[in-house]
Design a protein around this ligand. Structure first.
Ligand code: MLT
Length: 260
C-alpha cells in the first residue's frame, strides 16, 4: 500500500527526481525548476503529509516513502532516474537505493548523510516531538528555522528566513512527528554508498549546523564514483541560500551522468 503523491512534472527527457527534506515541500526546489528543466524531465513530489500530498494512514518510514517515490515512477512508466534528496529526502533516496538500485542512474545527497542518528540526536528529536505535541507546529517552525541557515544568511537575508517560516508554520503536526519518528528509526546506510555502482553527488553547506560538512566528507570516499562540492557561506539550505551555484553543481552532475 503506497501513498499517491502530488508531484510537479516538468520538462522532457531523462528523469531527475528531487526530494525535499523535513518540514518542507517540493516548492523548496522552485529556484531549480527552470534551470534544471534544460537537462531533463524534473519530477518533484511533495512527500506524504507535506504540501499538497495527504499524510495517509500508514506509519511513515524512509522505506515507505522510497516506495511512494517508486510508485510515482511506475505510474509514469519511468524505468530509471537520477534521484537527489535534500537532507531527509537524502535519507529516503538512500532507502530507495538500498531497495531498488536497478532503478537509479545516479544518486545525490544534498546536505544529507548515510549515518544513522546518534543517541544524542534521537534524544533531541524526542524532545522536539514532545514540544510539537504540546505547542503545535507554528512555534516549533519559528524556533527551529533560523538554525537551518548560515550566519551570513541570518545576518543579511532575514526576509528569506521569515518567508520560510511563514510558508511552513501551518505544517501538519502529525506529519512532523511522523518524519521525526522515521528519522530516529532509520538504519546506517553507509553500505549503500559503498555498493552503489553509479555516480554519487554530495553537496555540502560549509556552515551547515544540522549535517556538518566534516561528517559528510568522512563518507565521500565510499562510493566508487563521487562528486563532492562544498557551498561556501551556505547552511543547510544551499538551494535557497545560493541557488545559482546549486543549479550549476546540479547541472554539471546531471550532464556528467548523461554523458557517462
Ligand atoms: C531535514 O532538513 O530534512 C532534517 O533537518 C534532517 C535531520 O534532521 O536529520
Amino acid at each position: 500500500m503506497y501513498n499517491e503523491l502530488f508531484c510537479q512534472d516538468e520538462g522532457a527527457g531523462a528523469s531527475i527526481v528531487l526530494l525535499h527534506g523535513f518540514a518542507e515541500d517540493g516548492t523548496v526546489w522552485d529556484n531549480q525548476l527552470e534551470a534544471l528543466q534544460t537537462a531533463g524531465r524534473l519530477i518533484i513530489p511533495d512527500l506524504p503529509g507535506s504540501g499538497r500530498s495527504p499524510l495517509g494512514g500508514t506509519t511513515l518510514s524512509m522505506e515507505s516513502m522510497a516506495d511512494d517515490v517508486l510508485a510515482l515512477l511506475d505510474r509514469r512508466g519511468i524505468e530509471k532516474t537520477i534521484l537527489i534528496g535534500h537532507s531527509m529526502g537524502g535519507y529516503i533516496s538512500l532507502a530507495f537505493a538500498a531497495r531498488h538500485p536497478g532503478r537509479l542512474n545516479a544518486l545525490g545527497l544534498f546536505h544529507s548523510t548515510a549515518y544513522p542518528d546518534s543517541e544524542e540526536k534521537k534524544a533531541i528529536r524526542r524532545k522536539a516531538i514532545e514540544f510539537i505535541r504540546a505547542n503545535g507546529s507554528a512555534p516549533f517552525i519559528r524556533q527551529s528555522t533560523a538554525n537551518l541557515f548560515s550566519p551570513l544568511t541570518r545576518q543579511h537575508r532575514p526576509e528569506l528566513i521569515e518567508s520560510v517560516i511563514s510558508r511552513y508554520a501551518n505544517f501538519a503536526p502529525d506529519a512532523l512527528i511522523g518524519y521525526y519518528e522515521a528519522m530516529i528509526a532509520r538504519p546506517d546506510r553507509t553500505a549503500v554508498l559503498r555498493e552503489f555502482n553509479g555516480p554519487v553527488l554530495f553537496i555540502l553547506g560549509k556552515d551547515d549546523a544540522i549535517i556538518p560538512a566534516q561528517q559528510v566528507l568522512e563518507q565521500s570516499w565510499m562510493p566508487a564514483i563521487a562528486q563532492i562540492h562544498i557551498v561556501p557561506e551556505a547552511g543547510h539550505e544551499a538551494m535557497l541560500e545560493n541557488p545559482k551555484l546549486s543549479n550549476q553543481l546540479l547541472l554539471d552532475f546531471i550532464n556528467f551522468v548523461s554523458e557517462s
